[in-house]
Ligand binder design. Structure first.
Ligand SMILES: [Zn+2]
Length: 161
């Protein structure tokens, strides 16, 4: 019980396989949605949601050796991911050497901050879900869809095929 006040302020993240474990002092310093093409591509997702902090406020508890690092030759940013399961774990930008970003989705705990900022908002892809109304898809429990009549008419949609 003596450790309780201290541990209450620690946010914990891990990769999908659990080899890499990170602890961060909570609250996070910032949190943001990242719609940029670079992060979408690196995540294989419509957007990344990051929790940011200073490197001095976080530590890699386990799995440092399992982290593989890729440096983007265009920007100098580094992206570290678990070499065992591929989960993105750290995103460090060249212009902020003391800062680090960790995927919000990797946290098993709260982080003390909501992601209220959006970077690259204008870069959102036409195929990203944008809070359209959805309805159940008949015959597929648990699946919802926007319906055939709701096709979005964005020019880029046509380029996808
Ligand atoms: Zn892993």
């Amino acid at each position: 019980m003596q450790d309780r006040p201290k541990s209450r302020n620690l946010a914990r993240a891990r990769c999908a396989c659990g080899v890499v474990r990170i602890e961060m002092q909570s609250p996070a310093m910032w949190a943001w949605h990242d719609h940029t093409r670079a992060s979408r591509h690196a995540h294989g997702a419509a957007a990344a949601v990051w929790v940011g902090t200073w490197k001095s406020r976080m530590r890699i508890v386990e799995g440092q050796d399992a982290l593989s690092v890729w440096t983007d030759p265009k920007t100098g940013a580094t992206r570290s991911f678990c070499s065992a399961c591929g989960t993105p774990m750290l995103y460090e930008r060249a212009h902020s050497p003391k800062a680090v970003n960790i995927p919000r989705a990797a946290f098993e705990t709260g982080v003390g901050r909501e992601p209220r900022y959006h970077v690259g908002f204008e870069e959102r892809p036409p195929w990203a879900y944008r809070e359209e109304a959805v309805k159940p898809l008949k015959g597929f429990p648990g699946v919802v869809w926007t319906g055939a009549g709701k096709r979005r008419s964005r020019p880029e949609d046509e380029d996808l095929f």
